[in-house]
Write a protein of this length. Structure first.
Ligand SMILES: Nc1ncnc2c1ncn2[C@@H]1O[C@H](COP(=O)(O)OP(=O)(O)OP(=O)(O)O)[C@@H](O)[C@H]1O
Ligand SMILES: [Mg+2]
Length: 125
């Protein structure tokens, strides 16, 4: 699914990727990276907060689990990424929802009783 979606992402796209602990957010980003021809291994940026990868487009993978305020987020230089020409994907974006661009794509992953994943996507043309 991530790989398929990657073809529809325009330069500068911002994705708010939501879902509780361990639903498969980082796994979904791996699919997107595959679609962007990124060969590097995608790891969870829980401690580094942001990982940058370069393929057909730049991919900024953020994980805000450990971020406490918008100020802390902004000090990491995130505006340049969010308003740049790469693709920005943000796990735990709930923490900064009010500051995201109006055209942010929302993807929500949830786990069904049979352990399959339900992926809701809003905002991709
Ligand atoms: N579509 C899927 N179907 C079944 N299992 C999956 C799927 N996606 C991910 N998983 C499994 O779920 C576990 C958690 O995946 P992942 O690390 O991608 O979740 P996460 O939402 O990024 O977690 P965190 O909240 O810690 O950032 C992994 O063991 C992964 O293999
Ligand atoms: Mg993750």
């Amino acid at each position: 699914m991530g790989k398929n979606i990657s073809e529809k992402l325009k330069s500068g796209a911002v994705i708010a990727l939501q879902g509780t602990l361990g639903t498969g957010k980082t796994t979904f980003v791996k699919g997107i990276a595959l679609g962007l021809d990124i060969t590097e291994n995608i790891t969870s940026p829980t401690y580094t907060i942001i990982s940058e990868y370069y393929g057909k487009k730049a991919l900024y993978h953020m994980d805000l689990y450990r971020i406490d305020s918008y100020e802390e987020f902004e000090l990491l230089g995130t505006d340049e990424m969010i308003y740049g020409s790469g693709i920005t994907i943000i796990e735990w974006s709930e923490k900064i929802t009010d500051y995201l661009p109006d055209n942010t794509i929302n993807i929500n992953i949830s786990i069904l009783p049979d352990k399959k994943r339900k992926i809701d996507i809003v905002g991709i043309q």
